[in-house]
Design a protein around this ligand. Structure first.
Ligand SMILES: [Ca+2]
Ligand SMILES: [Ca+2]
Length: 477
């Protein structure tokens, strides 16, 4: 009898779990790029005809930041920079009415690029009860849905690579908040208890000189892992302990993208000109140019002040000065770094660079936008407005670098998909709806918002939410 009751309870639990998973996929968009960063909203039916004068349900003015909407039930959460404050905002999903704002004035605002960056670049994450927001200048803060602060985890102001500003968003996996804190120095991966904000583990990543992609959760052969890439390496960590389980050597140098799950595989794709490092002269030449006191190193005070920031990222061993060792480290790193899109197969531990990479693809790679896995295919968009689609099993292209006609130029927002359509938003403000599948991207619709788009759209039910430079928009049929 006990056994039977236990079995019944297990069945019930399984039933509930699958129901809530379905529910989560369609009724919510709980973090950057939705459920597990997939860019997908299963069962959603967003409109095709979207534009500043088409399908608008509502729009509201929001101070600019590149973070994306996070949606749960009747609430939309966004972070923003309303100078001098960092803000978490909650809007009514049905009407766009501002429900609450919580503002923070940091002691030091992290450095960021004014044109394309903001100290509120990270998208919040929610489990349906709490919303967790990250600011590189502040740390993590958790609110309930009414805006009551539940906990705060202060962190020193981030020193991002190249002073672009922090870019990665926190994710929630079960009861754990995971944050990529890759930066110029003191890089680490953190896990916190969602309920209390207590630190569960922090794994130093001294080899990571800064990255901008959000981590992904991969259930790899039965083990819950956190995966992220930086500085020419893709790594998997045990979610429970933070212990590194595997590494793939030889991805791109500067990572802006998030890995995505494709069936039992993990897809990672990224491009950066940090692979070539063409701007860095040979060591002897650098020493000759800047060294003033005849020793064998260059200290920052020997470099003209207007050039110091430029050279900061070259200090590979992070000791605050420039020596031949920095050049050797960079040389070794660059020797392995490669601009690639790869499929990692499950079950590997240790260095799996050769053993668990099913294929590598080298063309048309994305810089900032993450790849998308949708309906059996991988899609990605390269700066210039060139779209590609691959088979995840073989890495063979369905099409390669096809022009997204009418929406060329650069892309920051990641592609998202629902109901047989892929939604692309270009930096210059063109929204393009492409039919999934086919032997080239068939454009179903295109609109010009007349202002820049950096944020990845969110899709929930029959709505698509889009953040442009000045506004948050809701679209429906
Ligand atoms: Ca010197
Ligand atoms: Ca150094």
């Amino acid at each position: 009898m006990k056994t039977r009751r236990f079995r019944f309870a297990s069945l019930l639990a399984v039933g509930c779990a699958s129901l809530s998973a379905q529910d989560a996929a369609s009724a919510h968009w709980p973090q950057f790029r939705g459920a597990n960063g997939s860019g997908l909203a299963a069962g959603a039916m967003p409109p095709t005809k979207i534009g500043p004068a088409e399908g608008v349900v509502w729009s509201v003015e929001v101070p600019w930041s590149p973070s994306s909407p996070c949606v749960w039930g009747e609430r939309i959460f966004v972070t923003t920079f309303a100078e001098p404050n960092l803000e978490v905002r909650c809007y009514e999903r049905a009407t766009g009415t501002l429900r609450w704002t919580r503002a923070f004035t940091p002691e030091h605002v992290e450095e960021f690029h004014r044109s394309d960056g903001s100290p509120a670049a990270s998208t919040p994450a929610t489990d349906g009860q709490r919303v967790v927001s990250y600011f590189g200048s502040l740390g993590l803060v958790c609110h309930d849905f009414e805006g009551k602060e539940l906990w705060r985890r202060p962190l020193p102001a981030a020193e991002s690579y190249g002073q672009y500003g922090s870019g990665a968003s926190p994710i929630i996996v079960g009861r754990t908040v995971v944050l990529n804190r890759d930066q110029y120095r003191y890089s680490s991966l953190l896990a916190l208890d969602l309920a209390s904000g207590a630190l569960l583990w922090e794994t130093p990543r001294p080899e990571a000189g800064g990255s901008f992609g959000s981590p992904a959760h991969w259930r790899n052969n039965g083990v819950d892992e956190i995966v992220l890439g930086a500085s020419a390496r893709l790594k998997g960590y045990d979610l429970r302990t933070g212990v590194e389980r595997w590494v793939v050597e030889g991805i791109t140098g500067l990572v802006c993208t998030t890995p995505v799950i494709a069936g039992d595989r993990l897809i990672f794709g990224g491009w950066s000109n940090a692979v070539a490092d063409s701007a860095v002269p040979p060591w002897d030449q650098f020493l000759k140019t800047y060294n003033k006191n005849g020793d064998d190193e260059v200290t920052p005070d020997e470099i003209p002040i207007e050039r110091r920031d430029y050279w900061r990222g070259v200090d590979a061993n992070r000791d605050g000065k420039y020596t031949k060792e920095d050049w050797e480290i960079r040389k070794a790193r660059n020797a392995r770094a490669a601009n690639l899109l790869i499929a990692v197969t499950p079950g590997g531990t240790g260095d799996i660079s050769d053993s668990h990479v099913a294929w590598k693809y080298r063309q048309g790679l994305p810089y900032v936008p993450s790849p998308l896995f949708y309906d059996g295919r991988i899609y990605f968009v390269r700066d210039g407005g060139l779209m590609s689609s691959l088979d995840p099993q073989t890495g063979e292209p369905h099409y390669t670098q096809e022009r997204v006609t009418g929406a060329l130029g650069n892309y920051y927002a990641s592609p998202v998909a629902a109901d047989g359509r892929i939604y692309l938003a270009s930096l210059l403000g063109k929204l393009t709806v492409v039919k999934a599948g086919g032997d080239k991207p068939e454009i179903l619709h295109q609109a010009d918002f007349g202002e820049r788009i950096l944020a990845t759209p969110a899709i929930v039910g029959e709505r698509l939410y889009l953040r442009t430079t000045t506004k948050l928009w809701a679209f429906g049929r």
